[in-house]
Ligand binder design. Structure first.
Ligand code: HEC
Length: 429
């Protein structure tokens, strides 16, 4: 709390300095490319002593928090690693930081303690917005703090990986943002446990959600969908196919996923899968570069499973900015909960899960996900330490959607909102 007040105080102080230092009229809008409807930020101020400035404040912060993904154009489409780059995107950056869309995460603190929280603290958000509102002073390169050793880039999975290929010959069309599903069979998968997944960096994929296909009839059902569709693969069905299990998702922003140490999902030899794929719309040549995902399969692990807490998303009202559903259900299972995997789609904006212990022994907030962005945030999140789940606990789940967007997209078409509301608990017995 005191940090927030302090940040606000710094903000006031900084703008006062600016008024004094730079009271001449600044030309409007020199530096925006963004298509947002916000007013254009003022052109950069030049006074080297003004705080916050790029070299002393913003550059070091972005080096730490943004350029793992915005250091080159492959992961997130554009670069934020120099003053000029940031300047060119200023109003987008302000929007993304103030709205807490970036770094992508959106998990409120105070509800669950998660590994790898990349979010900006309130004072860091204030630093960025103040800097932009003050005209983005550059400062002096000589005053930049010495670079702290940069946090490691995403560590690749160690060990022999099993690579699954899919989607050969498919060309994402104008509906490229739509999920496409591919049955993956014939891969040389050893019996064991999948303990990690990784998406190649330059493959042109934005998200892959992998499902295990556990029976011949489930594989037949997928093959039939594929055969009925002129293009390779098929439109992912609204209802999940019977006898398929969701495993996990990886995204271009978070391309490597490690399951909690010593745990994994059981696979059979020659396991079949469905890869639910979102393509990177920034690649203009349309053909997928490589439909590919790699798995780390280990012989031994403690078996984990996803236990679903689900609410009926077909009840979501259309034509509302904040259509909310909330349901409770008894959670089927007991053990240690290592993580939670918010499972919603494009119209969703937030999700909250609470667990009520049996016999009124108390309740626990499990996750509060805001600023939902389906392509980037549908990934499992793991707690810093596991949470015990007692038999007979209740899961109370609520999801919120903006269905105005849906009404616009589907104008004149009457169909159910194609959404989901589920939170999957990573349970180890
Ligand atoms: C984990 C990877 C990752 C990190 C870290 C990250 N970004 Fe992004 N960012 C992305 C991806 C991926 C996109 C493309 C999203 C899309 O097109 O939907 C993106 C898009 C953006 C956009 C475009 C507008 C928007 O909201 O989608 C802005 C602006 C942005 N990022 C700013 C930042 C800033 C500032 C930081 C650091 C404070 C940051 N990002 C950190 C992955 C990341």
């Amino acid at each position: 709390m005191s940090r927030v007040i302090q940040a606000a105080y710094v903000a006031v102080a900084a703008s006062t300095i600016l008024l004094v230092a730079c009271s001449k009229e600044r030309p409007e809008g020199g530096a925006t490319l963004a298509a947002t409807a916000e007013k254009a930020p003022p052109a950069p101020a030049t006074n080297a002593a003004v705080r916050p400035n790029y070299w002393q404040d913003i550059g070091p912060l972005f080096r730490d928090k943004c350029i793992d993904c915005h250091g080159d154009a492959t992961a997130a489409g554009f670069v934020l690693s120099s003053y000029d780059h940031v300047l060119a995107r200023a109003s987008m950056v302000r929007h993304a930081v103030a709205g807490r869309h970036m770094p992508p995460w959106g998990i409120e603190s105070g509800c669950g303690t998660f590994d790898h929280d990349p979010g900006l603290a309130a004072d860091q958000v204030a630093l960025v917005t103040t800097w932009i509102d003050n005209g983005m002073p550059e400062g002096d390169p000589r005053s930049a703090p010495p670079p702290t050793p940069r946090k490691e880039l995403v560590q690749p999975l160690a060990g022999p990986l099993t690579t699954l290929s899919f989607g050969q010959g498919y060309e994402p069309g104008p509906g490229d943002a739509i999920d496409r599903c591919f049955l993956v069979e014939g891969a040389d998968v050893a019996a064991g446990f999948v303990t990690g997944l990784s998406l190649p960096r330059d493959a042109g994929l934005r998200q892959v959600t992998l499902f295990a296909v556990d029976t011949d009839s489930a594989a037949d059902a997928a093959r039939a969908l594929d055969a009925a569709d002129a293009e390779p693969g098929f439109r992912c069905p609204t209802q999940r196919l019977a006898n398929t299990r969701v495993l996990a998702s990886v995204t271009s922003g978070e391309p490597v996923l490690r399951l909690p140490s010593g745990t994994g999902f059981a696979l059979t030899a020659k396991q079949r899968f469905i890869a639910q794929t979102q393509f990177e719309i920034l690649f203009s040549d349309r053909s997928i570069r490589r439909g590919e995902i790699s798995l780390l399969v280990e012989a031994n692990a403690r078996p984990a499973r996803w236990v679903e807490v689900r609410a009926d998303a077909s009840k979501v009202k259309t034509n509302e900015r904040a259509a909310t559903i909330e349901e409770w259900s008894v959670i089927q299972g007991a053990g240690q909960v290592y993580g939670v995997y918010p499972f919603m789609r494009r119209l969703a904006t937030s999700l909250q899960l609470r667990i009520d212990r049996p016999e009124g022994r108390g309740r626990r907030c499990m996750i509060q996900q805001t600023s939902w962005q389906y392509p980037m945030l549908r990934v499992p999140r793991f707690y810093t330490s596991p949470i015990p789940l007692e038999a007979g606990s209740l899961g109370v789940l609520s999801c919120r959607y903006n269905t105005l967007e849906f009404s616009a997209v589907a104008a004149g078409v009457s169909r159910a909102v194609d959404e989901e509301c589920a939170a999957l608990l990573y349970l180890v017995d």
